[in-house]
Design a protein around this ligand. Structure first.
Ligand code: 4AD
Ligand code: MG
Length: 464
């Protein structure tokens, strides 16, 4: 009878001790002497390796030669309590089958402690390291937490289109989608590209946000959230920007900005708590290896309520800080990461929700305040990260929205379907977007966003 495979994450069960077990995985290390060999086996289910003990009296040495770092194995043997330090159980192997070898002259992950830069060049294999195993298990658990959070609160998961004809943020940072031959473009009489000959018969791009469609959902189903890939062709080469990233965008009818802030705060705290509860081994590993203040920082976020502060007051604090910033601050400027981090890490020492930004540095759809200068925007600013969430109460007045669209010169005919939300049964509503990779950065304590997504897309880089 063939033995059923046990995942290494499940191997510590007391009822398995003293039984024959079957395990499968990849060799992390092999060491030993003439009499006994020890293999650290990992199958990806947990950060913890399982020790396989090979008594050389029972094996032919030549058969063991292909067992090198990276090779894949099928092992059967007796599970016993371990005599060695660092693990509670180990397998005394009776049978070892090598599925696939990994030539030590070629397999790049030989030693421990490769740099993150080196591993970025081996991104197709880096999931097999402790660090990336931990990061990607945490990424999974956070995705799960997000669906749980919204599902528990009666939000509906809405899948908005990836290919779109509209620019939600109005920033023009969009990747064009075309099937035209770019070396031989059809032209109109006036010399412009004839997009009517393109696949969709009009210009299209990859979406920068699902919000506009999300608003259609919210004003019909009441409360929705999106969770999907978004694309930005901004030339930002920073540790916090990707050209392709995942965003979660809840949108809720009848919510004002205060409800929106409550939701954002509850949401992030839920995710952080979920990770602490479900990813203990992985977070402890990252805390030990990279940043021994990680767990403290995560627990800190749970304890304190977020500061809620108007932009204008934030600018006052920055101006009076006496600090020399690379980008000088004055009312009207968009905040840079250094400003956001000063407020969070040095001034308040806890997360800050900054509200009521100048309208000219925010998108067209935000609700206008009575002062005529600011809009009901809210950015959630986090330690180490800066902006983790951007959102707002939405302008529900048809007239005010139209005049803002005109003022900005946004092509009205592309917006007709969106404007219908304000024309037919308009309601106050609010929403926000959380950058998934920025949340993962915070929870893992990693410092570069390229290390929390499988294959990062950044300017001049779409390898793999
Ligand atoms: O502030 P943003 O641009 O807001 C929107 O897109 C709104 N439509 C959201 C909404 O109200 N429904 O982006 C939202 C969040 C940011 O706070 C940040 O966390 C993340 O998305 N983000 C990025 N993450 C990685 N790389 C980039 N280039 C990002 N740009 C934004
Ligand atoms: Mg923003």
């Amino acid at each position: 009878m063939t033995l059923k495979r046990t995942k290494i994450v499940d191997i510590n069960a007391p009822e398995l001790v003293g039984k024959q077990v079957c395990v499968k995985g990849w060799v992390r290390t092999r060491r030993g002497n003439k009499h006994v060999q020890f293999i650290a086996l990992n199958d990806g289910s947990t950060i913890n390796n399982l020790q396989i003990v090979i008594d050389l009296a029972k094996f032919n040495e030549d058969d063991l030669k292909p067992i090198t770092t990276g090779a894949s194995l099928h092992v059967e043997g007796l599970l016993v309590e371990s005599q060695g330090k660092g693990q509670s159980v180990e397998v005394q192997a009776d049978m070892v089958e090598v599925y696939g070898t990994a030539d030590p002259d070629e397999y790049p992950l030989q030693k421990k402690g490769h740099t993150l830069e080196f591993l970025r060049e081996k991104a197709h294999l880096r999931l097999r390291t402790n660090t990336f195993g931990a990061v990607f298990r945490i990424r999974h658990h956070l995705a799960f937490a997000i669906h749980n959070f919204f599902n528990d609160r009666g939000f509906f998961y809405l899948n908005t289109p990836i290919i779109t004809g509209s620019d939600c943020e109005g920033a023009g940072d969009m990747f064009q989608v075309t099937t035209l031959n770019i070396n031989d473009l059809p032209k109109c009489e006036n010399g412009c590209v004839d997009c009517s000959k393109d696949f969709f018969g009009k210009p299209t791009s990859l979406t920068v946000s699902g919000q506009l469609e999300g608003e259609l959902g919210a004003t019909a189903l009441g409360a929705i959230y999106t969770f999907g890939p978004t694309f930005r062709a901004e030339n930002s080469n920073t540790p916090r920007h990707l050209a392709e990233f995942w965003m979660i965008e809840p949108e809720v009818a009848f919510y004002d900005i205060n409800d929106n802030m409550d939701l954002a705060e509850d949401f992030i705290k839920y995710c952080v708590k979920y990770a602490l509860d479900h990813c203990k081994d992985d977070i402890e590993f990252l805390n030990k290896m990279y940043d021994d203040t990680l767990i403290e920082r995560l627990e800190g976020v749970l304890k304190e309520s977020f500061v809620r502060l108007p932009y204008t007051e934030g600018i006052n604090i920055l101006e009076q800080s006496g600090k020399k910033f690379e980008f000088p601050v004055k009312w009207g400027v968009d905040l840079q990461s250094e400003h956001e981090r000063y407020l969070v890490e040095e001034h308040f020492k806890r997360p800050v929700i900054l509200t009521d930004y100048p309208k000219d540095i925010k998108a067209f759809y935000m609700k206008q305040n009575d002062d005529g200068k600011t809009v009901r925007a809210m950015d959630v600013l986090f330690p180490q990260i800066g902006e983790i969430i951007g959102g707002s109460e939405r302008e529900e007045s048809y007239e005010k929205l139209i005049s803002e669209i005109e003022r900005r010169g946004i092509p009205m005919k592309d917006m007709w379907w969106y404007l219908d939300t304000r024309k037919f049964g308009t309601v106050p509503h609010s929403g926000f977007g959380l950058g998934f990779e920025r949340l993962i950065l915070f929870v893992t304590g990693m410092s570069n966003i390229r290390d929390v997504i499988m294959f990062p897309r950044t300017p001049n880089n779409a390898e793999f």
